[in-house]
Design a protein around this ligand. Sequence first.
Ligand code: WTA
Length: 631
Amino acid sequence: MVVQASLEGEAYFPSDDVMEQAFVRDWEALARFADEDLEGFWAREASELEWYQPWERVLDDSQAPFFKWFVGAKVNIVQNALDRHMTTWRKNKLALIWVGEKGDVRTYSYFELYREVCQFANLLRAMGVQKGDRVTIYMPRIPEIVTAMLACARIGAIHSVVYGGFSVDALQGRVDDSHSRVVITADGGWMNGKLVELKKTVDDAIKRCPSVETVIVIQHTGQEVWIEPGRDYWYHELKQLRITNGACTPQEMDSEDPLYILYTSGTTGTPKAILHTHGGYMVGVYSTLKYVFELNDMDRWWCTADPGWVTGHSYLVYGPLLLGATTFMYEGAPTYPYPDRWWSLVEKYGISVFYTAPTAIRGLMRFGESWPKRRDLSSLRLLGSVGEPINPEAWRWYHSVIGGQRCPIMDTWWQTETGCFMITPTPVVPLKPGSASRPFFGQRAEILDEHGNPVPDGEEGYMVLTRPWPAMMRTIYQDDERFIQQYWSKYPGKYMTGDSAKRDTDGYFWVIGRVDDVIKVSGYRLGTAEIESALVSHPAVAEAAAIGLPHDIKGQAIHVYCILRADYTPSQELMEELRQHVGMHLGPIAKPEKITFMDALPKTRSGKIMRRLLKARAQGLADGDISTLEE
Ligand code: WTA
């Protein structure tokens, strides 16, 4: 790729090689088609997949914002991710290559993965799990997290994956809210050379979750764990039972039936369960991965995300399998035992398309070029970025040191709520470092001011999406009210992303960051409310306010302001104790970077903490509008 100047600012144009290999060379033409015939575009995408029964209507918008896609169709996403490949040569193609942090390796062909999923699904069915039941999955990054998710979906159960880095309170809240009857976990996992005690966390969390009847435990680390008689079962023992044998017919699902819920932090209060469906989600994920990363049968795809987050759901588990691609999955930390662990895996397994987060790039950049330079990274042909804006410096390093100047970087903007990429280039689109470029086929985005008027190009405003898409969230599980209130009420008829952004004169979008109470720490999405409630559960804390401040590697870091109760005095020890407390309750990723003790917090007259003001002051910026500040 070469830098040229026919677009405003720094731009990288696709090389002849990239253009030649691309399967959609005329981006403009496809974009025009999808824009003019939204339903036609998505119907064509959907028809590349298998349906038990075709749809009567592509889109039903009569009850917007409760949009319905592929109305009347019957389908099962797992049938498309696995069974569909059983009648082709892909049956014996590698579906999954897995490497543990300790160096153990496991591989699964499509047939092997299909068998594992059938066994697991048979087991869940035998245990009485039915269509619509919720199952919580709390696991390390091991193959069984994939088979557990697919087994649930196969029988129509709704999976709710909770990130294995979360701790007791976070897990308990999510199990309880979803009323899960079954929890699937592992004895433990490996991260950075350390044992993570997952089963122990489950034991503590479900003490207060009356809905849980059964816990299935995968043996992974071999550490000793408590097995509660009548409640907990080792998976490898259950697998010996005859009930797991034989084929497992997938449940025929309505296109709009729930596939999963995934909890994510929003504007206020507790995390909310974003709900996705079998039909539309399947089509959205399939189509975006196909067009943006153009996976083919020669590729080995590595998405470094954890299945506990939406990126793992869409682009580690479902997307690549829907496309019949070979997915690579690694259990551990990028720097364990040395900072070239990831690059050594790219070299050894011939990874050709690599998708990660800016925070990881920045983290690895700091060890210098010599680590990646010692590895042969010539198998790579395409790179990807997700989770937060990528700063141009990291972009250039990624592009030159990892991608050898030859691999275009697909900076994909999307959210748990959107289910799939929304603003993203494809390999033929000229790239500008730091911009996710333009909306995906069929999508439109706008930048609005406070009153809903479009702002001029180059000015910052609220980013909204204005057309429905198949993989859009359908609601917040059991809370339609909040769904409307949070996403569709500020600008009626438009989906509020919660991000601020600018559009430049070339039509490229530049996302700046969240405008709500979401903090993105190393790409992980956390809510101020969760952090604050973990803090006030400590006896020393009367009140707390959390904000995100810029951080060189993490993107944002959590800073906390606390008012102590009368009998406590500020000290270094107390600060450390509070950090540990948050880590214990919520998870290590939520530990505050810094805690400042205060006598009072700035509040509005109606009693809301003015985090915006704390943020401005911490960065030495102007206060902004403080007319609502309490005296
Ligand atoms: C941010 C992750 C800039 C954004 C898939 C969004 C990004 C939030 C990008 C959603 C990107 C994600 N450029 N910002 N390429 N991708 N974001 O739900 O603020 O964990 O609203 O989904 O991440 O985070 P979530």
